[in-house]
Write a protein that binds this ligand. Structure first.
Ligand code: AMP
Length: 146
């Protein structure tokens, strides 16, 4: 039997909503009026960043055009910073829609991962060191804000 996406309505208590509300800490890379970028705590490669819209969207189906554009523009900023900080061209842009696709947090987000499809680590498994994440976030933010 086909597994259906269990999460089709937006849950105000999802972990990214709590970040946007300032209720839980995160390592910020960039923020503007429509988006927030922060370090993934279980990175699939060093420098794994998530970009989220400040809109209550579960997945791509819900994303409003102005937020889609804003997420893409922030993603470009982050990717350019990753290329500079990690001195590599290859950055994976990934985005999962629905639990059947492996989505685990039901607030739309883009993954930006300085890696190769042939080397990508496992999804949301190993927690990174907090100090390392803080250090990388600071380096990426410095490039974006330069
Ligand atoms: P997805 O499975 O596409 O919904 O991705 C969710 C991502 O959120 C995974 O890569 C997790 O490692 C990441 N994640 C979960 N909780 C947190 C958190 N508190 N801070 C940062 N990233 C998180």
């Amino acid at each position: 039997m086909t597994e259906l996406n269990q999460q089709t309505t937006y849950d105000d208590n999802n972990i990214f909503a709590k970040m946007l509300d300032g209720d839980i800490p995160y390592h910020k890379v960039y923020e503007d009026d429509k988006t927030l970028a922060f370090m993934d705590i279980m990175p699939q490669a060093e420098g794994h960043v998530l970009v989220i819209p400040k809109q209550k969207a579960v997945d791509l189906a819900d994303l409003e055009p102005e937020y889609a554009a804003a997420v893409l523009m922030t993603s470009k900023k982050v990717m350019q910073a990753q290329r500079q900080v990690f001195e590599r061209e290859g950055v994976i842009q990934m985005q999962l829609n629905g639990s059947q696709a492996g989505q685990t947090v039901f607030h739309y987000h883009v993954h930006l991962i300085p890696s190769s499809i042939h080397e990508l680590g496992r999804h949301a498994v190993t927690q990174a060191d907090n100090n390392d994440l803080a250090d990388i976030a600071q380096k990426l933010a410095a490039v974006i804000n330069a």
